[in-house]
Design a protein around this ligand. Structure first.
Ligand code: ZN
Length: 657
């Protein structure tokens, strides 16, 4: 099984030598690293993990060339926390990215990218979904962080903007071609298997009844192009490739449809492959492997050392069949608490047992019952005691998680708006509604959002769910979306106001009420609500942007610019902010600056070509106005607002011919 004994002896010698010399030795080995993360990929849907009904030749070949971890697990069934653990080698309790959205990876963390960059590696990341945008801090250590999503301006409220694997791989391959000589760390994140499942042709037809599988097969095909490009750039023994999923997908098992609610293996188990860089081929590791082990493993292979405080361990000894200290894997999900108003849950997993700490705790014997169908907690008190002690060592049972400060000013603002008794920010106690007792609510929510039933039925389903679970923010969010889709803004406003009066105080609700006030022209109320939304969630750039617009329209130019500059300070190329700075500059009479901002916004997002065209038209520059209007019409955004504008823009184009 293990063929490259010579290399391992050499590596071991280098590590010992490094230890003798200094605390942080320079990297002994120049090793390129390609990290591919595949969102929402269940391990058991890949050929190399034993699934016979799919074609994933590129990942299967990678597994044959290298190491496959049969029992790999994520520390959270959520995109941002799971990725943050890969990048830092610590659990979410330490890196503090506890949920997707609203939490930012603080610069106090040390990331794999920043370590390698510090040692002279070229670093670049290409991201497939807005849920990992720069604002969430995972860009730390990446010289290039390409997170530009298509037509972000006003897409559907129901979906996070994403781009297909083909486009992400194109961008990554382009970057690879500019590489000359320095070792590199390239991270490619592909989002396709995430809901909605809509693979492009020919996978759409080939996997007609299994679109999720179709997304995976398509992703595999695109990754084949990426692997070829990497092979063209660097020799296999000089290139380490790691492929991981961030979490799985539940497909109605345990009453869950997607991921984030429960800590079962449907969503915690992941695919984890490593190959190249001198690793042995055809190795299958049965010992549990955790995503926090990625960073120490990579650093050992490059001859470096994991920083102090790393909770993961190098998996390299397991390649030779040696024991690694990965027996216990911690996981948590705060999604039930923060998004649904229920209790958060935590778990400890070993290769044999899973102990879930919930209001009604659970224990599963994974060897006898891999489907986790029989809770055997009553018959195994000794195991429970031991696992509970392990869990307690990693995570206390009470703590405060406040994405934003519960500062007196926010409380005063809430009070002045008449919203009392709010539940944000959150205190974790492990108490509250057990997510297992809300299966019917999950079912109604899923059907209302994804079933394609007629609108009145979907609305009725969510009404029923709210009657059963009236403090659940996600239900209000989704019903509000349906009202918006159905053209019923007054019903949406009443719904949100009811929720706020009940004490359901999420940033999202304040933001929606602000937007509705803005539509009514009530700028003062819009500002009051957006200000709270922004304080509760400082990564909500969309609300910040709306707040900036409302400030400008009420003559508060300095406040407007302050907010926009705060967005752009993060380094994220947020097109709406550039457009709005253009409006502000124009209002102040600074035409040259306005032009620059409008051009920048239009370069980032072609739907802003409209404003640019109008600007040129006003300046009497008809040829440029024409080009901009044409670029707008060629943008082909699917957003309703864009579609509505098209006839008007055609008229404007005709006027400048
Ligand atoms: Zn994910």
């Amino acid at each position: 099984m293990f063929r490259r004994t010579g290399l391992w002896l050499l590596l071991a010698a280098l590590v010992i030598l490094g230890d003798c010399r200094s605390a942080s030795p320079p990297p002994a080995r120049r090793l390129n690293l390609l990290l591919v993360t595949i969102d929402t990929l269940r391990a058991d849907r890949l050929g190399c993990y034993g699934y016979s009904q799919i074609e994933t030749p590129n990942l299967d070949q990678l597994a044959r060339r290298g190491v496959l971890f049969e029992n790999a697990v994520a520390p959270a069934p959520l995109t941002a926390p799971s990725h943050a653990s890969m990048m830092t080698g610590v659990y979410p309790t330490v890196h503090k990215v506890r949920n997707t959205g609203g939490f930012m990876l603080s610069p106090a963390n040390t990331t794999l990218a920043s370590i390698l960059q510090g040692q002279g590696w070229d670093t670049a990341a290409f991201i497939g979904s807005s849920v990992l945008k720069r604002r969430y801090g995972l860009n730390q250590g990446f010289a290039i962080y390409d997170d530009q999503m298509p037509t972000s301006a006003s897409g559907s409220a129901l979906e996070e903007p994403e781009r297909r694997a083909g486009e992400v791989v194109d961008r990554a391959v382009q970057w690879l071609q500019t590489q000359s000589g320095k070792p590199f760390f390239l991270w490619v994140h592909v989002y396709d298997p995430h809901i909605p499942y809509d693979p492009p042709s020919p996978f759409r037809e080939k996997y007609r009844d299994r679109p999720y599988d179709g997304e995976i097969a398509y992703t595999d095909q695109q990754l084949g192009r990426l692997f070829d490009a990497v092979a063209g750039k660097s020799k296999p023994e000089e290139t380490l490739i790691a492929v991981l999923s961030d979490h799985g997908e539940s497909f109605s098992e345990h009453g869950e449809y997607t991921h984030g609610i429960f800590l079962y293996d449907t969503t915690l188990r992941i695919a984890f492959l490593m190959a190249g860089g001198g690793l042995p081929g055809g190795v299958r590791v049965k010992q549990q492997a955790r995503t926090i082990d990625l960073l120490p493993t990579v650093l050992e292979l490059t001859g470096g050392k994991a920083p102090p405080g790393t909770q993961g361990t190098s998996l390299a000894p397991a390649f030779r069949g040696n024991e690694v200290p990965t027996a216990y894997s911690y996981s948590e999900t705060l999604f039930p608490k923060l998004n649904m108003g229920w209790a958060e849950t935590r778990a400890i997993r070993t290769n044999r047992w899973k102990y879930i700490l919930a209001p009604k705790p659970e224990l599963y014997d994974l060897e006898k019952d891999p489907a986790e169908s029989a809770n055997v907690i009553a018959s195994h008190p000794a195991e429970v005691q031991e696992l509970a002690a392990q869990l307690k060592a990693i995570s206390g049972t009470t703590e405060k998680v406040a994405p934003a400060a519960e500062d007196p000013r926010t409380m005063q603002q809430l009070k002045s708006l008449g919203y009392l008794g709010g539940s944000s920010p959150q205190e974790l106690t492990g108490k509250g509604t057990d997510p297992k007792d809300r299966i019917e609510v999950l079912r109604l929510l899923h059907l209302a959002v994804h079933s394609g039933a007629p609108m009145p039925e979907r609305i009725a389903m969510l009404r029923r769910a709210i009657a059963q679970d009236p403090d659940n923010p996600t239900l209000y969010n989704n019903l509000g979306n349906l009202y918006a889709e159905a053209g019923r803004p007054a019903d949406a406003m009443k719904l949100y106001q009811d929720a706020l009066q009940r004490g359901v105080h999420t940033a999202w609700l304040f933001s929606r009420v602000g937007s509705l006030y803005l539509r009514q022209g009530n700028k003062a109320e819009a500002i009051r609500h957006f200000e709270i939304a922004v304080r509760l969630n400082p990564s909500d750039y969309e609300s910040m942007q709306n707040l900036a617009v409302a400030y400008r329209e009420t003559g508060r130019i300095a406040d407007c610019e302050r907010i926009l500059n705060a967005i752009l300070k993060s380094g994220e190329e947020f097109a709406p902010a550039y457009n709005e700075l253009g409006m502000t500059a124009f209002q102040k009479g600074d035409v040259a600056a306005a032009q620059q901002y409008f051009e920048k916004a239009a370069r980032l997002d072609p739907t802003y070509q409209l404003n640019l065209g109008r600007f040129y038209k006003m300046a009497g520059d008809n040829p440029r106005a024409r080009a901009a209007f044409e670029a707008f019409l060629a943008a082909r955004s699917s957003s309703a607002e864009y579609q509505r504008m098209i006839p008007e823009v055609r008229k404007e184009l005709a006027a400048v011919q």
